[in-house]
Design a protein around this ligand. Structure first.
Ligand code: ZN
Length: 222
């Protein structure tokens, strides 16, 4: 049976795998991400392997099977449509919708989800800029770069804010660093670990290195 625990594991394995797609996911890393002790994660992964959702090599690590990946993409689809719905239709703040979606993603029916998706004209990205998988389990893989890797004098567009932490999201919103916003990098000071950017409205913002790593951008191509 697919419980919410199974869905959460499969989703987390998928997200962790995206960071190093070529490698098996180490059990320790999964346990940390799930906030459980390694023994708990191992027992769960064995059950997932028995259900055909993951391949598990005791010394190497974990990888989702095709079936596991499809399940993960369905959970992500529910999560990201719910986040979009909560922000766009219900008017919740984007810093608070992740937690709500974590609960609702296990409860929403396909029928309700389909109506939400339809009502919003089938958005491709959620409010944080993450791509929404299609109902057929397809997802766009656009290579993004962290703002911290940009060279001074170059321009880009905010594509994703890669942190679901409410305080960080409020910081990003307060400074206008929302997906779609265009800016130029004015200076990058490695000694001070800070970058300064200028938005289109001429406002300048200085970000610390940590914050700049969490803002993912798409390079401007004209
Ligand atoms: Zn979320």
């Amino acid at each position: 049976m697919i419980t919410s625990t199974v869905e959460n594991y499969v989703k987390q394995i998928y997200l962790q795998q995206q960071e190093n797609p070529a490698d098996l996911l180490p059990m320790g890393k999964l346990a940390t991400a799930m906030n459980v002790v390694p023994g708990t994660a191992t027992a769960m992964v064995k059950a997932l392997a028995d259900s055909g959702l993951v391949d598990y090599e005791p010394r190497g690590g974990i990888r989702l099977t095709h079936g596991g990946e499809q399940l993960a993409l369905h959970v992500l689809r529910r999560h990201r449509i719910l986040e979009s719905f909560l922000v766009e239709i219900l008017g919740l703040d984007w810093s608070e919708v992740h937690e709500e979606a974590e609960t609702l993603e296990h409860a929403v029916s396909d029928k309700v989800l389909e109506r939400m998706d339809h009502l919003m004209n089938r958005p491709q990205y959620d409010p944080h800029g993450d791509p929404i998988p299609t109902a057929k389990g397809q997802i766009s893989h656009i290579r993004l770069m962290p703002l911290s890797d940009m060279a001074p004098g170059t321009s880009a567009q905010v594509a994703r804010v890669a942190d679901q932490d409410a305080a960080f999201l409020r910081f990003a919103e307060k400074n206008g660093l929302l997906p779609g916003v265009k800016f130029s990098l004015i200076s990058s000071d490695s000694q001070a670990d800070a970058v300064t950017i200028r938005l289109r409205n001429k406002q300048t913002i200085t970000l610390g290195g940590k914050a700049a790593e969490k803002i993912l951008v798409r390079k401007k191509t004209g």
